[in-house]
Design a protein around this ligand. Structure first.
Ligand code: GLU
Length: 506
């Protein structure tokens, strides 16, 4: 293992504001956060918006809201202060589009030192060049035509207003070693590294230049990022060398794989953005818990899967991050979420579930007034019962439509095994009598459980089955006691009455 903590730990998350937050980005940020907190370090947020064509309005605000939702607190960078973005920290600006003059200065330095050069090649010329290379089965690399230009010509063409980019001049025939905390030693030959554009014709830097300049100026000690960035790292190391700067420590985190473990996780496999999961009613505790295990576990034969954020922060270790890809197991995520929902304080869960309840009630055309105490009580009862099995909040109501809608009853469903119509009616009458005697104050979950189980006696099925069927019209549902509790006395008695009429019409 490399000894990599030699100075103040400063890590960064460097998202591009191109839309929603990928679940993999959350994983990186989470590891950054744990690592920073464990080492008394700082977590910096830097917005990498150098590709203006891909920028999506409101993406930064959105990102800050997701961070807040997940409980990750950064120390420097943009923050949301009453819906406005405000930057804090000594190394700003933290948004790359506000740092253009800084990048231009450093590009100038590289040109002066002969490490970078102007390139006037048109898109058409580059296309033709690439096609030729493809035909000859060569890797697509810039052929350095513009490296031959004399200074006088360069100045003339710039003066004439010709468009240009600046490319880094990658030294040939060298070996670049990346010492990676996760992957160990990885080496690249510079012969396969293209003369990367570092300054675009619009005056914006490319990612490669901006990331190196900013990580250096912001004193970033450790760079944690997804493995898909590993091929870019030699370019960055070359730039560090050209500037004469010390490399930060790199840790490339394993790829996220689809549930069959065969390919990279993509939108085609289902939800991949944190916002998608939020919209489905996954709890932040569950997402954080699940995401932390994508590419890491405490090891030592530990099989426990439920960990709170503070517990994870304590046991996480960057050195134990895996090399191999992490399978995104949605079934496991569902189980973890169900666990958190089940153990959530029901009053607090009610607040979280409210938007989902509203949506569901709208869908089944049920008018619910959340200010009205009776309506709230009813929804609270549904939630209390469903909470025990709910996988995600968006499933609220879905499994139990009979709480919300009139039911269609099949006579056959009421009959327990080979009971006769008379026996079935007797059981329903017994339930009717017992429930009819309970006054509203005693219509509680505990009391209904107690009294109905007592009435059922030994032969539970023959009593409870027709009751469940009468109340729900379904083979499967929460227990008849819980259903009666949720539905209330009037509806329960009305449904039992209807069931009796179905068996023996009067
Ligand atoms: N802006 C890059 C991204 O969108 C950052 C990559 C890095 O961490 O260097 O993920």
């Amino acid at each position: 293992m490399i000894d990599h903590i030699k100075k103040e730990v400063r890590v960064r998350m460097a998202p591009s504001p191109t839309g929603f937050m990928h679940i993999g980005t959350l994983r990186t940020v989470l590891y950054d956060y744990f690592f920073a907190r464990q080492n008394g370090g700082k977590l910096v947020l830097r917005v990498e918006d150098t590709d203006q064509s891909r920028e999506v309005g409101g993406a930064v605000e959105n990102l800050l809201r997701v961070l807040d939702w997940s409980g990750i607190v950064h120390d420097e960078g943009p923050f949301l202060v009453s819906d406005r973005i405000e930057e804090r920290g000594d190394y700003g600006p933290y948004t790359q589009s506000k740092r253009l003059s800084i990048y231009q200065k450093y590009v100038g330095q590289l040109i002066d030192a002969g490490h970078a050069y102007y390139c006037f090649c048109t898109v058409e010329r580059l296309d033709t060049m690439r096609q030729k290379q493809q035909k000859m089965k060569q890797p697509p690399m810039y052929d350095r035509t513009c490296l031959q230009l004399e200074l006088a010509e360069i100045l003339e063409r710039i003066d004439a207003g010709e468009k240009y980019v600046v490319r880094m001049k990658v030294p040939r025939g060298k070996e670049i070693i990346v010492e990676d905390v996760v992957r160990g030693r990885v080496s690249f030959s510079t012969n396969t590294v293209d003369d990367q554009v570092i300054l675009k014709s619009d005056g914006f830097p490319t990612y490669h230049l901006a990331v190196v300049v900013d990580d250096h100026l912001m004193k970033i000690s450790h760079i944690l990022r997804g493995e898909e960035w590993l091929p870019s790292t030699p370019k960055h190391i070359i730039l560090y060398e050209m500037f004469g700067w010390e490399n930060p420590v790199f840790a490339h985190l394993p790829l996220l794989l689809s549930s069959d473990g065969k390919k990279k996780l993509s939108k085609r496999d289902g939800d991949v953005s944190v916002e998608d999961f939020m919209a489905e009613g996954y709890l932040p505790e569950a997402i954080v818990n699940f995401v932390a295990f994508l590419g890491w576990n405490p090891g030592g034969g530990q099989t426990q899967e439920i960990y709170s954020m503070p517990a994870l922060q304590e046991i996480f270790s960057l050195e134990k991050v895996h090399k191999s890809g992490a399978v995104f197991d949605r079934v496991k995520l569902g189980k973890i979420n169900a666990h958190y929902i089940k153990n959530y304080d029901t009053e607090a869960l009610f607040e979280l579930a409210m938007p989902f309840m509203k949506k569901f009630c709208d869908r089944v055309n049920m008018q619910m007034d959340f200010e009205r105490i009776q309506d709230r009580d009813f929804l609270m009862r549904v939630l209390t019962v469903e909470q025990e099995r709910l996988m995600k909040l968006a499933d609220f109501g879905v499994e139990n439509p009979f709480f919300f809608e009139d039911i269609v009853l099949e006579k056959e469903l009421l009959v327990w095994k080979d009971a006769t119509d008379i026996q079935t009616t007797q059981m329903l009458t017994k339930a009717e009598e017992v429930l009819g005697k309970i006054d509203e104050d005693h219509w509680t979950r505990v009391y209904l459980q107690e009294i109905l189980m007592e009435t059922a006696g030994e032969d539970r099925g023959s009593f409870l089955w027709p009751l469940r069927a009468a109340l729900t019209g379904e083979k499967r549902s929460p227990s008849p006691m819980d259903c009666a509790w949720v539905l209330g006395k009037d509806t329960s008695l009305a449904r039992i009455g209807n069931a009796k009429l179905l068996i023996i019409p009067s």
